[in-house]
Design a binder for this molecule. Structure first.
Ligand SMILES: CC(C)(COP(=O)(O)OP(=O)(O)OC[C@H]1O[C@@H](n2cnc3c(N)ncnc32)[C@H](O)[C@@H]1OP(=O)(O)O)[C@@H](O)C(=O)NCCC(=O)NCCS
Length: 197
């Protein structure tokens, strides 16, 4: 049984190692945009357990190994209309899983937990975004998400980054009754809806 829980400062070394490991996996498997994740290995871990930053949710194994992460925030301007942004929605960001478990669907566990969590918060949608470039970087991610049931709301050229396409994906938030067999969730201690979800 997995656990999804808010990260604490003690988790920072494990999170940094997981991000670095995944960045190297992306590089070694020929994915073009791995450098951004290598840079994130210096930045994202400092957010973990910082009360002034959005909660970083960690997926952990029964023996508390960090296997994945995500953050939940409000819908950004990039890729979404003003009308969509006022709808109650959770936006998934910084989602990453441990490379040693690639192919085992951990990203799907995180996504289904987010659908359930958002539904319980009263949200209508869970959204996420992907940036692709003219060389096709990240298109594999769009295909992967579509296979999992995410709908492409739109794909539009980035307003100020030539060659970059912004993909906006969504799924209706929905309680996942079978999820309780796979993952248990620990609530954030001071969860403030819309700010630190
Ligand atoms: C996206 C992610 C969280 C999904 O988790 P998961 O379900 O455990 O996924 P896997 O590692 O098994 O990868 C799933 C598929 O996505 C592909 N993929 C993963 N990251 C990718 C990337 N950055 N660009 C293109 N394709 C990618 C994998 O090659 C795999 O494709 P396949 O099913 O055709 O073999 C995980 O792959 C990951 O950490 N990727 C790197 C970080 C990232 O790109 N995060 C997405 C932010 S939008």
């Amino acid at each position: 049984m997995f656990l999804i829980r808010p990260g604490t400062p003690d988790d920072r070394p494990a999170v940094a190692a997981m991000i670095t490991g995944r960045a190297h996996w992306l590089r070694d498997n020929g994915y073009l945009r791995w450098r951004g994740w290598a840079r994130n290995a210096d930045v994202l871990p400092s957010m973990v357990g910082d009360p002034d930053r959005p909660v970083v949710w960690l997926l952990t194994s029964p023996d508390d190994q960090v296997l994945g992460m995500t953050t939940l925030s409000i819908t950004p301007d990039l890729g979404w209309t003003e009308q969509e942004r006022v709808e109650p929605a959770t936006f998934l960001q910084s989602t990453l899983t441990h490379h040693a478990h690639a192919g085992s669907g951990l990203g799907m566990v995180i996504a289904f937990w987010a659908l359930d969590h958002a539904a319980r918060l009263g949200d209508k949608w869970v959204r996420r975004g992907v940036l692709s470039d003219s060389e096709g970087a990240n298109l594999g991610l769009v295909r992967y998400y579509r296979r999992q049931g995410w709908r492409v709301v739109r794909a539009v050229p980035h307003s100020h980054k030539p060659g970059i396409t912004v993909w906006s994906l969504a799924r209706p938030a929905q309680e996942q009754l079978d999820l309780a067999d796979v993952v248990s969730a620990q609530p954030a201690r001071e969860m403030v809806h819309q700010v630190a979800r």
